[in-house]
Write a protein that binds this ligand. Structure first.
Ligand code: DC
Length: 221
C-alpha cells in the first residue's frame, strides 16, 4: 500500500497533458513525471550515437546505458544533466514516436518509470501509464480533443520557440504519430477501463487541473 496516490494522465499528443499534469502536481505538491521526455531523450541519445531509430534491439540497449531522472520542476535529467529544449523539436517528436514502438525500448523504460513512481505522491503523464506502467494507479484520467485543436495548440507552442512550421505540416505529422502510437503492438495509446475521460476541446487547462485536483483530493484527503 502506498501512502500517497499515483495519478496517471494519458492521452494523445498536443492534448495538453504536460500543462495539466504539471498543474495538478503543483496543486497537490506531488512530483511531476513526463514519461514522453524519457522516450524523447532515448531518441536524442540514439541520434548522438548514430543509432538508427528503427533498430529496436540497438535503441533498447542504448536506453539501458543511460540514467533518467527528474528535478523538482519535472525537467528531465539525462545522465545527471538537463536536456532542456533539445528534446522538444519536431525531429525529436518523430524520433520519440519511432523508438517508442519497439518492445526492447518499452521494456527498458518500464522499470525506470515504475521506480520513479513506486512510492506515490506522483503525477505521471504519457500514453500507457494507466494501462501498463501503473495499472494499479489510484487515480487515472484520459484526456481527449480533436486532432485540429491539438495541432493548433502544438503550432502555437512551436511558434513560440521560433520553429518554422505550418499548421498543416503539424497536423499531418501529428496524425502519423497518433496512428503509430495507437496502433503499435506493445502498450498502444489506449484509455484504461477505469480511467475518467476528460474532453479538453473547449475546456481551459485551469479547469481541467481543478477538476482532476478536486477528484484526487476528494478520494485521498
Ligand atoms: O508526450 P510526448 O509527445 O512528449 O511523447 C513523445 C512520444 O513518446 C510519443 O509519440 C509516444 C511516446 N510515448 C509513449 O509511447 N509512451 C509514453 N508513456 C509516453 C510517450
Amino acid at each position: 500500500m502506498r501512502n500517497k496516490p499515483v495519478v496517471a494522465i494519458d492521452g494523445p499528443s498536443g492534448v495538453g497533458k504536460s500543462t495539466v499534469a504539471k498543474g495538478v502536481a503543483a496543486a497537490l505538491n506531488f512530483q511531476f513525471i513526463d514519461t514522453g521526455a524519457i522516450y524523447r531523450s532515448v531518441a536524442l541519445a540514439a541520434k548522438r550515437n548514430k543509432i538508427d531509430w528503427h533498430d529496436g534491439p540497438k535503441v533498447g540497449e542504448e536506453a539501458l546505458r543511460h540514467r533518467f531522472a527528474f528535478d523538482g520542476d519535472g525537467n528531465l535529467l539525462l545522465d545527471g544533466g538537463p536536456v532542456g529544449d533539445l528534446i522538444r523539436t519536431t525531429e525529436m517528436s518523430e524520433g520519440a514516436s519511432t523508438v517508442a514502438k519497439h518492445p526492447e525500448v518499452r521494456d527498458a523504460l518500464l522499470d525506470i518509470q515504475r521506480l520513479l513512481g513506486k512510492d506515490g505522491g506522483v503525477v505521471l503523464e504519457g500514453r500507457d501509464i494507466g494501462t501498463v506502467v501503473f495499472p494499479d494507479a489510484e487515480a487515472k484520467f484520459f484526456l481527449v480533443a480533436s486532432s485540429k485543436e491539438r495541432a493548433r495548440r502544438r503550432y502555437l507552442q512551436l511558434k513560440e520557440k521560433d520553429e518554422s512550421v505550418t499548421l498543416d505540416e503539424i497536423e499531418k505529422a501529428q496524425q502519423i504519430r497518433d496512428e503509430r502510437d495507437a496502433n503499435r503492438l506493445v502498450a498502444p495509446l489506449r484509455k484504461a477501463n477505469d480511467a475518467e475521460e476528460i474532453n479538453c476541446e473547449k475546456t481551459s487547462a485551469a479547469e481541467v487541473i481543478n477538476h482532476i485536483t478536486h477528484s484526487v483530493v476528494s478520494r485521498f484527503p
